[in-house]
Ligand binder design. Structure first.
Ligand SMILES: C[S@@+](CC[C@H](N)C(=O)[O-])C[C@H]1O[C@@H](n2cnc3c(N)ncnc32)[C@H](O)[C@@H]1O
Length: 452
């Protein structure tokens, strides 16, 4: 049993579970926004120290992720409501205020319940003096929200994006930027990939319905289902037996576009946690060999677990794939997939922490890594073979520009059209955009090695 601190005792035995939820949500949001952590790390940090029931844990996540997602909007609202600046040593109270405004603006929790729980959280935070401040600010907003919202004026507040991301998206997608920014602030759908080697898609849909989980066929991928109201993966029928996996529709487009053939030798160069390796093996069980590599050994462990759950086999290596001499046996690959590390600017709706934790310099550094992956692995492609380059980014620097520069260096490469894929067609590949067909933003480029 977990050691119980005074606050967990209060929370589990006493009235203010709802206050504890607000406090933990404020702490998780602060870990992301001020602390630069990923939301997953922040949640495992705060939730491991408190034994909250499942429904309350879900509410902690909703409040924290919502605050992370809408931070710039909430911040400007608070600027208009606060008479004096909150001191740095009281950032915990500032984050409770953000959580409070988020509930009032974006959630259907009755205003009095949201305000009371947030006010009580000041007590749990050991700052009872802040109760009247939080009460006053939140009640003021509850009364005057229409008027205050009307006054929001900065682009950051109106779009809920940091300026640098908004400016890059606006410049890259002059027709679609508004839709992209709006989609980035949406809750993402829960998409499933059915393991067709084990069960048919409509049969699996039937199992979901029997389990009381509403879902529909995904019209864009043969393997896909969309769950109407997201659920914990453990409650998916046959999940531990490998009947289905969670994967966005756009990500499910990658493997069919590889057209894998029996007997082919395949390299998945940036493989962890293994969604696409698994999809390859599910869709073409007669490959001669799949080598799945990732530089991060902890993530390779997750890759192995993914394959074990789905009862699939690949050669998994934890190594820097660009250090080719360290792992390659000299046998060329018919197909190489580079699912490259990238800014994640196409998956902001799933990972709103990206808005806080990425900086322009990171994109420059990632572009260098992407170039090095392309240059190191291209010589491993067999004559007539293919390399697919994929990112979950909507920044051209990581996508079209990267491939254009590669083509300038390699006359022996051809960009193949990908007519079977959704998305915007361009000379270098295809791009799905967040929100269009309710997909994530992915870039796909298929490079064919001219046969000698
Ligand atoms: C977008 S993720 C891959 C997701 C994975 N393909 C999937 O579908 O589950 C990019 C991965 O590239 C890995 N990576 C980055 N640089 C690498 C390198 N030099 N060698 C091997 N893996 C690398 C990262 O650790 C990360 O796991």
């Amino acid at each position: 049993m977990m050691f119980m601190t005074k606050s967990t005792l209060i929370e589990t035995h006493g009235q203010p579970v709802s206050a504890q939820v607000r406090l933990q949500a404020a702490r998780a949001a602060a870990l992301v926004i001020d602390g630069g952590r990923s939301s997953d790390t922040a949640f495992s940090g705060v939730l491991s120290t408190h034994s909250l029931p499942g429904r309350d844990r879900a509410l902690v996540k909703e409040l924290a992720l919502g605050t992370v997602r809408w931070f710039w909007t909430l911040e400007e609202i608070l600027q208009r409501l606060l008479k004096t600046r909150i001191r740095n040593k009281d950032r915990d109270i500032y984050f409770l205020l953000l959580i409070g405004v988020y509930q009032l603006k974006f959630m259907r929790i009755p205003a009095h319940a949201a305000v009371d729980a947030t006010v009580q959280a000041c007590e749990l935070a050991g700052k009872p003096w802040a109760k009247s401040l939080v009460n006053g600010v939140l009640r003021n907003y509850a009364r005057r929200s229409a008027e205050v919202d009307e006054q929001l004026s900065s682009d950051a507040a109106l779009s809920a994006h940091p300026d640098w991301i908004r400016v890059r998206i606006t410049a890259a997608w002059p027709q679609a930027w508004k839709q992209i920014l709006e989609a980035n602030n949406d809750h993402p759908p829960m998409c499933l990939r059915v393991n067709l080697g084990r069960i048919g898609r409509t049969d699996y849909l039937g199992h979901l319905q029997k389990a009381g989980i509403g879902a529909v066929l995904d019209p864009h991928v043969a393997t896909g289902l969309i769950v109407k109201k997201p659920v914990a993966v453990e409650s998916l029928p046959g999940f531990s037996e490998g009947w289905a996996s969670v994967q966005d529709t756009a990500a499910q487009l990658v493997v069919p576009a590889l057209s894998l053939q029996p007997g082919e030798r395949v390299l998945d160069a940036c493989a962890a946690p293994g969604s696409k390796t698994a999809h390859m093996l599910e869709s073409q069980p007669a490959l001669s060999e799949v080598i799945a590599i990732d530089i991060d050994s902890e993530r390779v462990e997750r890759l192995r677990q993914t394959l074990d759950r789905l009862q699939l086999r690949a050669r998994c290596l934890a190594v820097d794939v660009t250090q080719v001499d360290a792992w390659w046996d000299g046998e060329p690959f018919d197909c190489v997939l580079i699912d490259a590390p990238c800014s994640g600017s196409g998956v902001i709706r799933r990972h709103p922490d990206i808005k806080h934790n990425r900086q322009p310099a990171d994109v420059d550094a990632l572009c260098q890594v992407q170039e090095s992956l392309l240059e190191s692995l291209w010589p491993l492609v067999a004559s007539g073979g293919r390399l697919m380059y994929v990112t979950c980014s909507v920044f051209p620097e990581e996508n079209q520009h990267q491939i254009r520069a590669f083509m300038d260096r390699h006359a022996e490469a051809i960009v193949e059209p990908l007519p079977m894929l959704k998305g915007v067609d361009c000379a270098e590949g295809r791009q799905t955009l967040p929100g269009v067909h309710d997909m994530d933003g992915f870039f796909f480029s298929m490079l064919r090695h001219r046969a000698h």
